[in-house]
Design a protein around this ligand. Sequence first.
Ligand code: WTA
Length: 637
Amino acid sequence: MYHIRSLADYQNAYKKSVEDPEGFWGEIASQFVWKRKWDRVLEWNFKKPEIKWFSGARLNITENCLDRHLETLGDKPAIIWEPNNPAEKGKTLTYRELHKQVCLFAAVLKNNGVKKGDRICIYMGMVPELAIATLACARIGAIHSVVFGGFSAQSIADRLQDAKAEFVITCDGAFRGAKDIPLKSVIDDALVSCPFVKTVIVFTRTRTPVSMIKGRDVWWEEEMAKVSGSDEPLCKAEEMDAEDMLFILYTSGSTGKPKGVVHTCAGYMVWTNYTFKNVFQFENGQVHFCTADIGWITGHSYIVYGPLSAGATSVMFEGIPTYPDAGRFWDIIDKYKVDILYTAPTAIRSLMGFGTAPLEGKDLSSLKVLGTVGEPINEEAWHWYSHHIGKDKCPIVDTWWQTETAGVLISNMAGVTPSKPGYATLPMPGVQPILVDENGKEVHGNNVSGNLCIKAPWPGIIRTTYGDHERCRVNYFATYENLYFTGDGAMRDENGNYRITGRVDDVLNVSGHRIGTAEVENAINMHTGVVESAVVGYPHDIKGQGIYAYVIFSGTNTDPELMAKDITATVSRIIGAIAKPDRIQFVAGLPKTRSGKIMRRILRKIAEGDLENVGDTSTLLDPSVVDEIKKGSLKKS
Ligand code: WTA
C-alpha cells in the first residue's frame, strides 16, 4: 500500500483507502518515526470543521526528514544548491550537514527567545538557509510562515500582524536573474507598522548595505558562531502533538484579505511523503528538481518536506529559468543528473518560446519523470515538454492540488496510471472527488462538468485559517454541505479522468500564482485618483492568465500612460510586483446591476476580446456603459 507500483496496486490501494481509511492510513503511517503512536487514526466533522489525524501521536517532522536518514544516507546529498549566477560555486549539503545546520540554527532561535508555538515570518531568497530556517522552526515547534520574496512591505506587514509574529528571518538581499532584491530593506519598511517584532535575523547573501537596529536586528552568521562548537547533543527535537501547527502559509481567496492556511505536523508529513513517493515514483538515490520557490506551497511540500522525508536529493535553484539564458534548467539537469523535473506550465510555455536552440548540447538523458503543477497545461506545451525534454520516454504527471491540500490530490502516477494531456486524471488514494452543480447536487456519470469538491478528509487537508476558524468554515466547508469545496471547476471523462477547467471564484492564476481579484482591486483603489475598479483575468499566452483592470479615474492627471504607471506602482507597493495589472483600461462607468453588483461576466468577455458575445445586458442599470467599454477595449477581436 505504501509504494504503488502498478495499476492494480493503485486500484487496490484506492479501494482500501475508501473502504477502510483508518486501516489504510494507519498502515502507511507506521513507516514513520513516532515518539508515541496515535490513539485514533482519524476523527472528522466537516460541519465545524474539525479534522484530526493520528490524534494522540507525538513526533517531530525533522526527525523524519533528517535524523532517521543519518545512518543510511548521512553522506548522501540532501540539498544541492545552484546559485543564480552559474559562475558562482554551488553548495551541497549532505543529510549529516543539513542536520547539523538545522540543529545549530534551532539553537540560535532558542537563544533569541523563540519558544514552541511562536510564529516566525521567513522572508528570504532561495538559499539553503531558507530550508534550514524552516526546518529549524519545525525542530523546536515554532510555526513558520514563509512569505514569497516578491511580496511588498505592506503584504508582509499584513501577514506579520495577522500571525502576530514576533520574529523575522530574512536576507540582506536576494539575487534573481539580473536583479538584486533588497529584502532586509523591505522588512524594515514592513516593521514600521509592526512594533511587536522583537528580533530580525539577517543572513548575508548579497552584502548590500543594510540598516541593523541595535537590540532588534542580528546577523545569522554571528548568531551561528555563538552556538557552534558546543559538544552537547545538537538541539533535541521538540516532541510535537500530531495536530500541533507546523506552519501557516498565506494564500489569496475571493476577499481582499489573504488567508493563513494552517497545516499540522503528522498529517502533513504523511501526506507530502506519500504523494511524493507515489506520484513521482521516487526511487532511492534519485535527484529531484522542483523549480518552485519555497515561498509557495509547492516548495514547502516538494522541495523541503516531501523529498527530505523520503531521503531524496532535492535541488534548490536560486535563479530564474531564463538567466543568464533560456538553457538554464537544462544546464542544471545535465550538471546534477536530475531524475525528476517538477515545474509549472508557465515556465514550459516561456521556454518553448525560445525554440530548441537552448537545448543543444545539453544531456537530459538522466530524466525519468516530468511533472507540472499550478495551472492547467495546454496540450501544445504538454507535447513540447514530453518530446523535447522527456525525449518521448518520460511520463508526465499533471498534478492538481492547492495550498489548502498540502500535497497532490489528483494526478496520474508516473508510468503506473495512464496520463492524458490536459488531464490531471485520477484521484490519489484517500481522495474522493465529486462534481456538484450550482445547487450542490451531485453530477453523476461521465463526460460531465461541475464544481469540484472532496467528500472526505485526506491527511493533508487544511485544518483552519489562522486566527479565524469561521473563515475556514465559510470558505471551504459551507458552500456545499459536508463537502470540502476547492473553488475549481472540473470535468470528468468516460474513464473517470478529471480535467481541471480553472477557478470558479474570483481568484486568478497568473503564472501559477494565485491572486484574488478583490486584492488587486483594493490595491488599485488605494491610488488617490481612483474612484472604482474591477479586475478580471484574460487568457495570456505565457502566464496562463493576465490581469485586466478597468479603472474609473478622476484625478487631475489626464495622461493615461502616466496614470497607468502610477496605478501599477501603487499595486507593486501594496501587494508586490507579482500582482501588477497587465492591462489597464480607463472607463467612465462599470456595468452594474440595479442592485449595484458589477457584472464581471461582461468584463471578462471584453477582456478576452470577445466583444460580440457579452451576453444579456438588459438587467444593467445603464447598458450603454458596455458600449463605451467595448470601444475602449485594449483587446479587440
Ligand atoms: C490551480 C498550487 C490545473 C487550481 C499547488 C488550484 C491547477 C490552484 C493545477 C491552487 C493543475 C493547481 N491543473 N489547475 N495541475 N494545479 N492548479 O494554492 O486552480 O498556489 O485551485 O497551489 O491552482 O493554487 P495554489
